[in-house]
Design a protein around this ligand. Sequence first.
Ligand SMILES: [Zn+2]
Length: 430
Amino acid sequence: MSRLAIRADLLDFTADPGWSAPSDVSPGLRWRPDHWLLVDGGRIAGAQPEAPDTSWLRHDHRGRLLMPGFIDTHVHMPQLEVIASYGTELLHWLETYTFPAELRYADPAVCAAGSSRFLDALLMHGTTAAVVFPTVHKASVDALFAAADERGMRLVAGKCLMDRNAPPGLTDTVDSAERDSTALIERWHGRGRLAYAHTVRFAPTSTDAQLALAGRLLAAHPGTYLQTHVAENRDELAWVAELFPDARSYLDVYARHGLIGARSVLAHGVWFDADDRALLGRAGAQIAHCPSSNLFLGSGLADWRALEDAGAAVSLASDVGGGTSLSMLRTMADAYKVQALRGVRLPAWKALHAATRGAAVALGLDREIGSLDVGCMADLALWQYAVGPVATARDEAASSLHERVFALMTLGDERNLVSTFVAGRCLYGA
Ligand SMILES: [Zn+2]
């Protein structure tokens, strides 16, 4: 049946709720307790307090929370195997754990198994859309897009570009990168719910010639994205300064090749100065803030508010395997702690917005994902407010909606998830 109605508490956003003290009537917050969300042909068709007629397949989940599926704007498909690896900072971590794991993706069978496992794991954490790094291998992109297409998921990804400073089995060349990228764009970009991202691993693993190629490809293929890492860690910053002595800053390495624009998704952005932030703001670029990864690898504390004040968009990302969980709830809890160390309190509304509608707006996809607007795809996650005696006691003691949802964001994880829907199809739970 293509007409589905789900009864639950509906929570989403119509605008950015901002940083001011959260309340149960914060601007931008849309709270519809005990409503039926109507889904027709995979899209949201409406919401109403009264039950729809029996021509709708009705799921009664009263007392549970229904939100848009989360959008993880930076995560690595081949790194599930190295999540929770001990003892290193970024550069040593790449060398010791990440590159060896990614080498295995030369094998198409590993790519196929890894892609399915990865996408099912996202769904199992309530994440329905993502901006993803596969590996340098063309087969890893084919496998990831094929698996996403099978599930009907919204995915942004592309072949990693890396033509130096990596093991031989993990490098390409400018020519092979151009050939492979062009073939992949033709095959996948715009098919189903897939979009291509020119994927510069990070400045140290690309020559100037390859960065220039990425700029040319981005300009030549409207609607594609650019994703990379920037200013994550201080040793990395020093290395970039050595490799690109003429650049004003790390960000400038990318900017001079035309890589910083409204369709750029830049992970981290921990170590920026005011000029960098102003450049991001002028370009309308997006920082994928990865608090769990930044804490785990000891990278630093990103200044979310300063980025936004400069006009940059900020979304939230797990950055698994640098991050330690695919759960966007746990990512939000870590974001709260990172901002607390900077003396700023992150409201639950702001965090949830960044992981739903905020990310969708920054990606230019807000007509499709990120909210419960009529016409959006029914990418949904259904949650229990509390699981286990501690969270349940905390939930019962809450005296406002924000208090309740903030406790969910702080204590919750994938155990709270009841089911995940993609385009109205239940792909996890029941
Ligand atoms: Zn990353």
